[in-house]
Design a protein around this ligand. Structure first.
Ligand code: GLC
Length: 437
C-alpha cells in the first residue's frame, strides 16, 4: 500500500474522527453478537476443533450439515430490535476458517459448501431492514489455512497469510455496502501489530469504510476496548462482550444450557453495569446449524425489550455517571441534573427508598415509566422517597426506575457520605459521621 502512514500518524488521524464516528455507538449501549459457524453443527463449543485436536479435513465435513435456513438472519434482527439492541455483529469467519460469504480468496465458504448461499449478504440485508447498525466479526487466527500456524516462524508463510487476511477483509469491506463495525478477534500466532501488518490492514479498511469503528484486537488500540466475559470499564470507549450462558459462544443444547443462561433480570443488571461506567454490552446468541435462535434466549430478550421500552430507552445515550452511588438494592446512574434510581428489590415493608450522598436540592421524584410523582423529604443526611406503592411499579421484571431531578448538575459526595465528608475526606465507604462536637 503506497503512502502508508506511520503508527503515530495513523493513530493521530483516527483519533481526529473518532468522536464523530462513534457518536451513534456511544449512544447505542446494547448490541447482539451472533456466533454462527461449523461449530454450530458440532454443538459442543466454538473452540472444540482446537481443544479436541480435530484433523482439519475431518472437522471440515461439518460443512455438509451447516444449513442455515433462508430468513434466519431476519429472525435474529427482529429479536435484536425487540430486545432494544441497536447493532449486530456476525462472525463472518471464525477460527475454523469457514467464510460465511462468497469469497474469491477462500473457497472454504458457505456458497461452495453447506447452504450454498452468501449468509453475510442476508445478514446485511436483515440489519438494514430492521435499522440496525452492521458489525462484522473477523477472526485473525485461522485453523484451516495451511499458513495459519507456520506464519509464526516462517517469514514466507507470514507474508502469504497476512496477505490472505488482508484480502478476506478487503472483500468484506468492499462487497456489502456501508459497514459500521469491524470486530477482529484472536491475533494469534503472531503477537505484534507489525507481525499482522495491522497498520496496512486497517488503513486499507478505513480507506474503503471511512466511518467504520474498529475494535482493539488487531493489536492496535483503535477505537474501543473489548473486555470479554466480564464487565470491566476501561479508561476509554469500551464494550463488554458476553456469552448468553458463560460457557460457549457457539450453540449448545438448549435444554442442558438453560440453567446456566441469563434471565431477563440478569441482562438488565448487566445493562446497569455498563451504563454506570459509560460502556456498551454486546450480548451473544449462538444460533443452531439451521440458523434458528436458541430457545433459552428468546423470552429473556423479549422481556428486556419490553422493560427498555417501559422506561423510554433512558439507558441509551449519556446517562452515564461520573461516580456511582452504591445502595445495593437501589443503584444510581446520573448525568447533568438527573439521577436514575435502578431499584432491583422493591421496599415492600417500609415502602421507602433512602438515597444518601447527593449534595443537590431535590426538586422532583417520579416513576420514569409514567412520570407519576413520588413524595420525598430531604435533610442533611439523605433523601427519603416515601409512601411508595406496596407493590413494585414495574411488573415486567420487578426492576423499577425512578427519576430524581435536582436543582443543578448532580454532585455526589461518595458512598453514603454526607456534607461533613468534605471536611473529613478520609471518611469514605459509608462511615456514619457523628454530629460535629
Ligand atoms: C474469544 C474466543 C472466540 C470468541 C471470542 C468472542 O476470543 O476465542 O471463540 O469468538 O472470544 O469475543
Amino acid at each position: 500500500m503506497n503512502n502508508l502512514l506511520s503508527k503515530t500518524e495513523y493513530e493521530r488521524c483516527v483519533a481526529e474522527t473518532r468522536d464523530e464516528r462513534m457518536k451513534w455507538w456511544r449512544d447505542a449501549r446494547f448490541g447482539m453478537f451472533i456466533h454462527l459457524g461449523l461449530y454450530s453443527v458440532y454443538g459442543k463449543h466454538e473452540w472444540a476443533m482446537a481443544m479436541e485436536n480435530w484433523p482439519i479435513e475431518e472437522y471440515a465435513k461439518f460443512a455438509d450439515d451447516f444449513l442455515p435456513q433462508k430468513g434466519c438472519c431476519r429472525e435474529w434482527a427482529k429479536l435484536a430490535k425487540q430486545a432494544g439492541m441497536k447493532y449486530m455483529v456476525l462472525t463472518t469467519r471464525h477460527h475454523e476458517g469457514f467464510s460465511l460469504w462468497d469469497s474469491k480468496v477462500n473457497s472454504f465458504n458457505s456458497v461452495n459448501y453447506g447452504p450454498k448461499r452468501d449468509i453475510v449478504e442476508e445478514f446485511v440485508q436483515a440489519c438494514r431492514e430492521f435499522d440496525l447498525k452492521i458489525g462484522f466479526y473477523s477472526s485473525l487466527m485461522d485453523w484451516h489455512h495451511p499458513d495459519g500456524g507456520a506464519c509464526a516462524f516462517d517469514q514466507e508463510a507470514r507474508i502469504r497469510f497476512t496477505k490472505y487476511i488482508m484480502e478476506l477483509n478487503r472483500e468484506l469491506m468492499s462487497n456489502y455496502g456501508k459497514i459500521d463495525i469491524l470486530w477482529y478477534d484472536v491475533a494469534q500466532p503472531m503477537e505484534s501489530f507489525e507481525g499482522w501488518n495491522s497498520l496496512e490492514l486497517n488503513q486499507m479498511v478505513r480507506s474503503l469504510q471511512p466511518d467504520i469503528i474498529i475494535n482493539n484486537r488487531s493489536l492496535l488500540e483503535e477505537d474501543f476496548q473489548t473486555p470479554e466475559g466480564r464487565i470491566v470499564p476501561a479508561g476509554r470507549d469500551w464494550e463488554a462482550c458476553m456469552t448468553f450462558n458463560g460457557i460457549s459462544w457457539g450453540c449448545l443444547d438448549s435444554g442442558r444450557v438453560l440453567p446456566f443462561s441469563h434471565s431477563a433480570q440478569q441482562i438488565v443488571r448487566m445493562l446497569y453495569e455498563v451504563t454506570k461506567e459509560s460502556g456498551n454490552l454486546l450480548l451473544n446468541i449462538g444460533p443452531k446449524a439451521d440458523g434458528t435462535i436458541p430457545e433459552e434466549a428468546i423470552e429473556p430478550l423479549e422481556a428486556v425489550g419490553k422493560w427498555v421500552k417501559e422506561y423510554h430507552g433512558f439507558l441509551y445515550g449519556r446517562t452515564d455517571a461520573k461516580q456511582i452511588i452504591y445502595h445495593g438494592t437501589s443503584n444510581l446512574t446520573y448525568c447533568d441534573n438527573k439521577a436514575y434510581v435502578w431499584n432491583f428489590f422493591w421496599p415492600e415493608k417500609d415502602r421507602t427508598i433512602y438515597i444518601a450522598g447527593i449534595q443537590n436540592r431535590l426538586k422532583k421524584a417520579y416513576f420514569l415509566s409514567d412520570r407519576k410523582e413520588i413524595a420525598f423529604k430531604q435533610d442533611e443526611y439523605r433523601i427519603r422517597l416515601y409512601d411508595l406503592p406496596g407493590e413494585e411499579e414495574d411488573r415486567i421484571l420487578g426492576i423499577t426506575v425512578i427519576c430524581l431531578e435536582f436543582d443543578g448538575e448532580v454532585t455526589y459526595w461518595g458512598r453514603g457520605l454526607n456534607r461533613h465528608a468534605t471536611r473529613y475526606p478520609q471518611l469514605n465507604y459509608g462511615m456514619v459521621y457523628q454530629k460535629e462536637r
